[in-house]
Design a protein around this ligand. Structure first.
Ligand SMILES: NC(=O)C1=CN([C@@H]2O[C@H](COP(=O)(O)OP(=O)(O)OC[C@H]3O[C@@H](n4cnc5c(N)ncnc54)[C@H](O)[C@@H]3O)[C@@H](O)[C@H]2O)C=CC1
Ligand SMILES: O=C(O)C1=N[C@H](C(=O)O)C[C@H](O)C1
Length: 233
């Protein structure tokens, strides 16, 4: 496949290595909005910055190039992108986290939320830790985890640095140099604590998932998620 890398930072470079190993060709690498012809690509992979994602994705959809995006921090415009994709009969996947491990963790989190829903003794919190260059907080993954809990419990919303309440899931975001991404769900009672945690050791899992998603998307139309790609039911 001829791949366009929209965003050639930490993730773009990691994706390039994996894509080349899997026999793909990188035809566009961009670190800004300088002119490039997206029509030269079979598929585009956007790992850029929150302020650029919607324009990058829309450009691909408008030129009938399937696009996957891992950029976080732009989701208030997700519905608008979905409408454009449907209207243009394009192909699009967004995932807050492309790693297989985190996508399994998402499912585990939903199951745990269902089990804990009727038990009143525990207070819930989410913690995410990332490197100090990260632009958005909380992480996209932490938001997906909170949404997974909200869909499976009486919790109504998440809030950054909130106190625990019946309806609110507090998320804390810590920034520590070099940390690729750690997410913890914690249920705490007076007598014990139940914790599930995913720790990324490096960015290879995110990058491999993104390339696998791009391979999967080519030839399809519609809006999909990593659950479709990984066939997680
Ligand atoms: N979904 C997932 O699995 C993962 C998502 N991410 C997200 O991916 C994004 C990128 O992360 P990193 O590579 O660590 O950031 P980074 O800062 O290393 O790279 C971002 C790159 O985008 C470039 N850029 C800025 N404006 C652009 C534009 N208009 N078009 C194209 N490129 C542009 C910057 O010059 C930079 O090279 C972040 O939003 C991050 O949260 C990161 C890791 C995994
Ligand atoms: O910015 C990052 O680095 C990461 N961003 C994604 C997020 O916001 O969840 C995924 C991963 O945690 C790394």
């Amino acid at each position: 496949m001829k791949i366009a890398l929209l965003g050639y930072g930490r993730m773009g470079k990691e994706i390039e290595q994996i894509a080349l190993k899997r026999g793909h060709q990188i035809v566009i690498k961009t670190s800004d909005q300088e002119g490039y012809d997206i029509s030269n690509a079979d598929v585009a992979i956007d790992f850029s910055v929150p302020s650029a994602a919607v324009s990058n994705i829309s450009n691909c959809i408008n030129h009938q190039v399937p696009v996957i995006s891992g950029t976080t921090g732009w989701l208030e415009q997700y519905d608008q992108v979905v409408s454009l994709c449907n209207q243009k009969k394009g192909a699009f996947i967004y995932a807050s986290n492309f790693s297989l491990g985190v996508n399994i963790f998402f499912e585990l989190n939903k199951q745990l939320a269902k089990m804990m829903n009727t038990i009143e003794d525990y207070s819930l919190s989410i913690e995410e830790i990332h490197h100090t260059q990260k632009l958005d907080a909380p992480s996209g993954t932490a938001i997906s985890l909170a949404e997974g809990i909200i869909a499976n419990s009486a919790k109504k919303k998440w809030e950054l640095d909130a106190s625990n309440s019946d309806e609110i899931i507090p998320i804390s975001a810590k920034r520590i140099p070099e940390v690729p991404g750690t997410h913890t769900i914690c249920y705490e009672s007076d007598v014990d604590q139940i914790e599930i945690k995913h720790t990324a050791h490096n960015r290879k899992g995110f990058a491999l998932g993104a390339v696998v998603a791009a391979e999967w998307l080519v030839g399809k139309t519609g809006v999909y998620t990593m659950k479709d790609v990984l066939n997680l039911g």
